[in-house]
Design a protein around this ligand. Sequence first.
Ligand code: TXA
Ligand code: MG
Length: 331
Amino acid sequence: MKILTASGPDLEKAAKALLEGYLVAFPTETVYGLGADAFNARAVAKVFEAKNRPFFDPLIIHIAEMETLPRIVDCNALSAISREKLSILTERLWPGPLTLILPKQKEVPDLTTAGLTTAAVRFPAHPAAQQLIRLSSGAVAAPSANPFGRISPTRAEHVKTGLGDKVDFIIDGGKTQVGLESTVLDLNQEKPLILRPGGVSLETLQALIGAVEFSLDSSPEKPVSPGQLKNHYSPRTPLILCRQGEMDAGAPGEGRLYFSLPKNINRETAFGSIRVLSESSDLAEAAVNLFDMLHELDALGLKLIRAEEAPETGLGLAINDRLRRASGSQQ
Ligand code: TXA
Ligand code: MG
């Protein structure tokens, strides 16, 4: 495994490697992705192997030019209403942390989409990701660059620690800006359905396209979105979720992840290790810090992590979704 910078010559080298079938981990605005040429089924197979990801869990295809979209998905197979919603969403929210599920084109290998008739597409906002994609085949399949079921990487070091030599190149672009994954929205049905809350809030989507359904009730045996398994995003340390303001004093050897810092806690004298997602209760800041702080707490060898829920609004939905999964429960 070789670490590259996010500079022009290194991105050219990485794009060439992608075209030759190598795996390249790269920064996006959400989390780091483990990239392979989306049209190269052999390279895509290596992504599943490296992550130890089940083959039934489809990958997101990343593009960096709107002209690439028709190569990946068949927008003519959508109803006129859905096409209208698609054009509003892509115009207003791409590039950005929104993944759209659309009817797949035949040229996309079945392995990439796990045999589904739909494909997930995203246009990331990160300049290095965009340049890498443009210099390669134009379509890069990339799940988050973590071992399956573990916390998503928000820094190049997380990728190095989690995947090591299973990845050929890692482009180091520093800490990611959004901090948690894209929102996955199914546009392949009349009522758009959020399959995974993420960097774009439900409220933002509703303001743009009207009614949006929100499905979090998928059972672990039969998830609506194949990746929505119950114990996704788990730290190695057991994690317990607490209601806001209901975290108890804790015990030695325990870590605590607060949404915001309560007045009665003194960080210097409190037991265990404490992290605060946002001292000013800012949801965007909390999202940026979520996986980063979970990685930090997880590295401390603690017996238990207690985590406080965020408010159930805006990005708080995505934060709580990840915390629930980290605790192994969806309730
Ligand atoms: O922010 C992100 O989305 C990051 C960065 C790297 O772009 N990627 C990411 O990929 O989180 P991954 O593979 O960890 O999550 C993709 C999710 C999974 O839950 C998967 O099941 C779902 O998208 N998905 C992909 N294709 C799908 C499809 N055709 N239908 C339904 N769900 C799909
Ligand atoms: Mg993932």
